[in-house]
Design a protein around this ligand. Structure first.
Ligand code: ADP
Length: 486
């Protein structure tokens, strides 16, 4: 290992380096508040170094640009293999740095990160243009076709909720497209991305193709402002997404964004209620509710409202909250003291605005950032807990009588990342799925995200799509080549 336990370096141009000015910051275990490691705080000169390394690696004739697509695909596949070979170590590291239960990291984050590389590796050899006849010329006078080319140097900024998985969602398709990258993990959770950097080197990715720099929002902002970056791919809050749009204007960077959500989940009275309750609890409480597409706004058809709320209350109270590294833990601490304060602030506002607290609503213990799974009823669309993204284990429940009522409320939802519907009636399922403007709709399920399926947001939930072959568009330009025969 290049990096020792306590003091980590970042990856620039194939070298593990400190920040030029020696600046560092600490990353802590959210369960114990113990410092796990000290990490470089990249300043603008470090960002410059990383972008220059990525530019050099993108030059025509570089080791990366000269690779046949099949060889590129094999390297990307190997990264997936190496993640699986180190799955246990990575799951533990993720659990300690983020707080999430190790069982979630082992079942979801790590295998899905590997799968993203495996799935995307196949696309390296399937990037194709089209032969397109000229519409206004006699057939045979021209040969015209399109060619897809990598967009160039990509700046990728990811959040702390699924640190390794979000890095994989960004890196794998950009590599498949043939781009070079400067990746910035979130300051709360840089450790698995740095470990991934070592695996990327081991897989044979040439120096400078993937650079991983650590730092906070200022480092991200320097990356967004850098004129040597052709494209920014960002996952995080809608607020920062808006800043990125503004800051990328100077050199008209291409931007894709995967932002926040307040995802509606609809339970009809005819649903398999046992399943609907279990899945709806999972939709909000999985990963401490720190999921951009968490099912955080639950509509329950009035006749089953009380039964569903009772079921959800029981499900919430059965969740074992504890240190992520304990094998029995179902819900870990929130990622930071700041996040706990933010979420508890919403609980206070919900109570103040007159919602009924059915369960939870309190901090657990005084070490670490633990809180109880929380459910509110008697809520109104105007309340902050209903209107805003909380990004924590807080569910708001609204009774409904007709789909029209839901549609009317959802019209004002600024987000459109995901939605869910539970019913045994296929007509209701499709009517509801069509009526709600969201990038993903789960029917009788939740959290069913797959490498092959496009994922992204309508409205203020983002621009562009992650995953599937759709994501390749984020990292490719289209060139039309037109030849006229004499
Ligand atoms: P969250 O609210 O979930 O912490 P943020 O949107 O604040 O999400 O952060 C997501 C990522 O964006 C992190 O890697 C963070 O360091 C980075 N970031 C924060 N502010 C900026 C900014 N102004 N420009 C670029 N990146 C930023």
């Amino acid at each position: 290992m290049t990096n020792d336990q306590k003091s980590r370096k970042m990856l620039i141009g194939g070298q593990w380096v400190e920040a030029l000015d020696g600046a560092t910051f600490d990353t802590a275990d959210p369960a114990t508040e113990e410092v796990l490691a000290t990490v470089p705080a990249a300043g603008s000169t470090d960002v410059d170094r990383a972008v220059n390394a990525a530019r050099e690696a993108f030059e025509p004739g570089s080791a990366w640009r000269g690779l046949p697509p099949a060889a590129r695909g094999r390297i990307i596949h190997r990264i997936g293999d190496l993640i699986l070979e180190h799955a246990e170590e990575l799951a533990l590291l993720e659990s300690r740095d983020n707080g999430k239960p190790v069982f979630i990291a082992s079942l979801a984050d790590i295998p899905m990160a590997a799968d993203t590389f495996h799935y995307m590796s196949g696309w390296a050899t399937k990037i194709e243009g089209n032969t397109i006849p000229m519409s206004s010329a006699a057939p045979g006078r021209f040969l015209s076709f399109t060619q897809r080319e990598p967009i160039g140097v990509v700046g990728q900024i990811v959040p702390w909720n699924y640190p390794l998985l979000m890095a994989a969602w960004k890196l794998a398709p950009a590599l498949a497209a043939g781009c070079t990258i400067v990746l910035k993990p979130a300051e709360q959770t840089p450790l698995t991305a740095l470990r991934l950097g070592e695996l990327i080197q081991e897989a044979g990715v040439p120096d400078g193709v993937v650079n991983i720099i650590t730092g906070d929002g200022a480092t991200g902002a320097a990356l967004v402002a850098h004129p040597g970056v052709d494209k920014i791919a960002f996952t995080g809050s809608t607020e920062v997404g808006k800043e990125i749009i503004r800051a990328s204007a100077d050199n008209v960077k291409k931007v894709t964004l995967e932002l926040g959500g307040k995802s509606p989940n609809v339970i009809y009275a005819d649903a398999d209620l046992e399943r609907a309750i279990a899945k709806s609890a999972e939709a909000i409480f999985f990963n401490q509710g720190e999921t951009c597409f968490a099912g955080s706004r639950l509509y329950v058809e009035r006749p089953v409202h009380d039964e569903v709320v009772a079921g959800l209350k029981a499900a919430a109270e059965q969740l074992t909250v504890g240190k992520g590294t304990e094998p029995t833990t179902m819900m870990g601490p929130l990622v930071s003291a700041e996040q706990l304060d933010r979420v508890m602030g919403y609980v206070t506002s919900g109570v103040a605005e007159g919602a009924t607290l059915v369960t939870g609503g309190e901090r657990l213990g005084d070490e670490g950032h633990f809180m109880a799974p929380t459910i509110f009823t008697d809520t109104k669309p105007s309340m902050r807990i209903v209107a805003e993204e909380i990004f924590g284990p807080v569910l708001v429940v609204l009774p409904f009588d007709t789909l029209d009522e839901i549609v009317a409320i959802e019209k004002d939802n600024p987000y459109g990342l995901a939605a869910g519907v539970f019913t045994r009636d296929i007509d209701k399922a499709f009517r509801t799925a069509s009526a709600i403007r969201a990038g993903t709709v789960f029917v009788n399920t939740w959290n069913a995200v797959d490498s092959a399926l496009p994922f992204g947001g309508y409205k203020q939930s983002g621009w562009g799509r992650e995953l599937g072959h759709a994501v390749l568009d984020n990292y490719l330009e289209t060139k039309s080549i037109i030849t006229e025969f004499s």
